[in-house]
Write a protein that binds this ligand. Structure first.
Ligand SMILES: C[S@@+](CC[C@H](N)C(=O)[O-])C[C@H]1O[C@@H](n2cnc3c(N)ncnc32)[C@H](O)[C@@H]1O
Length: 305
């Protein structure tokens, strides 16, 4: 019995001690855990989750652009179509481009003789002041509003019957590489590849036109024969061309003439729709007119380097 009590006591004593040790251990551990946590460098590095407000991405408004392609500064007035305020007066220098980001169409006023001519400009579209055939100031639709590239001509497609005559006059065949300067929807090159067996390179700045051109080449099954390049035609390399086709404004032909003179191989042919190349009279080897279904007469000029 004594034995048992002792044993019991002993056991009891041991149990209290153990409990005490265990208590101390738990306390020490939880203290040390707290300490470790507080000094954990990783914890310091853990980024604090911030609830930042996301800034809205500013909406890119479509732009109306106005370029001055005349040889003099032009003063004009402009206002939003819904605006009751007086229009703003602006002067645009030669070669300059004015940008108007806007959700609306705009009214523009420019002087001709003693009158202010008023036009409504469609939002998102490029325009250019040019002199018309009577040497009067006129505002034309342009092809792009980029400051880093010349605007050679607005997009107006060559009628297919005119394109066909252009390629026939140039005698295009399967040995040719035809470059179309400002290729638009690619119709001249697609015809050159499909019907005349030539290879083609289309140079165009307008991405929408290039999309159409690539699709048209695909539909005609000649996408392997034509390369479309998005670049400024005034900075392109024409040294590989055997035939060049163009349908551009007269001043653009004038601008490109020295580039073509410097780069084209001897014997290369140049076909121009509607406008001749001033200064190349001695190179002219052909001229034809084509009347289209609506009675319009189109001129075609052929030159040989
Ligand atoms: C009158 S269209 C001729 C389209 C096509 N060659 C045809 O005859 O059907 C002129 C084209 O030149 C493009 N263009 C204007 N300036 C250009 C530039 N600097 N570089 C390349 N293309 C340009 C326009 O976007 C437009 O598509």
């Amino acid at each position: 019995m004594k034995q048992r009590t002792r044993l019991f006591l002993k056991t009891e004593g041991c149990s209290i001690k153990s409990f005490f040790i265990l208590f101390l251990t738990v306390m020490a551990l939880s203290w040390s855990c707290g300490q470790t946590k507080a000094h954990d460098p990783l914890q310091k590095k853990t980024p604090v989750k911030e609830t930042k407000e996301i800034e809205p991405v500013p909406e890119k408004l479509p732009e109306i652009t106005i370029r001055n392609v005349t040889e003099n500064p032009v003063t004009y007035k402009i206002k939003s179509s819904s605006d009751d305020k007086e229009p703003q007066r602006k002067t645009i220098q030669v070669g300059e481009v004015h940008h108007y980001p806007t959700r609306e169409d705009m009214h523009v006023f420019f002087p001709r003789e003693n009158l202010w001519i008023r036009y409504t400009l469609e939002r998102g579209k490029p325009f250019s002041f040019r002199m018309d055939e009577n040497n009067e100031l006129e505002l034309y639709i342009g092809s792009h509003g980029r400051e880093d590239a010349v605007d050679l001509a607005p997009y107006v497609p060559t009628p297919l019957e005119v394109a066909e005559t252009m390629l026939q006059m140039a005698g295009v065949n399967e040995n040719d590489v035809v470059y179309d300067i400002g290729c638009g929807d690619g119709r001249i090159l697609v015809m050159a590849a499909k019907r005349f067996g030539a290879m083609g390179v289309g140079i165009e700045l307008d991405p929408e036109r290039l999309k159409e051109a690539r699709l048209n080449a695909q539909k005609a099954g000649v996408e392997e024969r034509i390369e479309f390049r998005q670049e400024d035609a005034a900075k392109s390399d024409y040294s590989e061309a055997t035939v060049v086709t163009m349908y551009l404004l007269p001043e653009s032909n004038e601008l490109l003439r020295p580039i073509l003179e410097a780069q084209l191989k001897d014997g290369a042919r140049v076909v121009s729709h509607n406008y001749d190349i001033i200064g190349w009279k001695d190179r002219e080897t052909g001229y034809q007119t084509v009347e289209t279904w609506n009675g319009e007469e189109h001129s075609i000029y052929l030159y040989k380097k």
